[in-house]
Design a protein around this ligand. Structure first.
Ligand SMILES: [Fe+2]
Length: 192
């Protein structure tokens, strides 16, 4: 039987911080509330009826052992270009929202933030500007096989280099090669 393949549509979080989550996803990815009541909200940042949603009922608790417990590691949003990613990085930096860690995965440049519940949200742009090419690279590249998690980078150094005119293709190779490493290697929210 042929599998009729549905598209990934939305992510729904449990939260004790409903308004903080609404505000954060509004600021970070430009999501707007479609419907909200005392215990839930549904938001979207595109033409879909919703892309992120929150269920906020009594008795929900934080998980102090999140790092060592199974579950979702992150959700991700993609920009059309590196220009848009880095402009958004700068906008968020100026709003006081700092990333948790930044990685060049080879296929994408990715900047990860922590939402108010401690869920990671990846903001990314495709290094090839073309899903077919980045998918092919992921499947076949020895570079990806050797380093699938990626190379850390300092976003301020990268933003400065890009602003000074370093072309993206050249910059990306340098990031992947480790020329923009942060002063300290950050945690990516996994047990060490
Ligand atoms: Fe990811």
């Amino acid at each position: 039987m042929t599998v009729i393949r549905p598209a990934l549509h939305h992510v729904t979080f449990k939260t004790s911080r409903l308004q903080e989550m609404i505000d954060w996803y509004g600021t970070v990815v430009g999501a707007k509330v479609q419907f909200q009541d005392a215990n839930a909200a549904w938001m979207t940042n595109d033409a879909a009826n919703h892309r992120v949603a929150f269920l906020s009922v009594p008795k929900l608790e934080d998980d102090p052992e999140k790092v060592t417990h199974n579950g979702m590691h992150h959700s991700a949003f993609e920009y059309d270009s590196f220009d848009d990613l880095i402009a958004s990085y700068e906008r968020l930096r100026d709003a006081g929202i700092r990333p948790a860690f930044c990685l060049d995965h080879g296929l994408t440049i990715s900047i990860y933030y922590r939402d108010p519940e401690g869920n990671f949200v990846e903001l990314q742009s495709d290094n090839f500007g073309d899903w077919e090419k980045s998918a092919e690279w992921m499947r076949t590249s020895p570079d990806f096989k050797a380093n699938p998690i990626g190379t850390f980078f300092d976003p301020d150094k990268v933003a400065a280099a890009f602003a000074s005119g370093r072309p993206f293709k050249e910059l990306q190779k340098a990031i992947r090669g480790g020329d923009y490493l942060p002063a300290e290697i950050p945690s990516i929210g996994l047990p060490v």
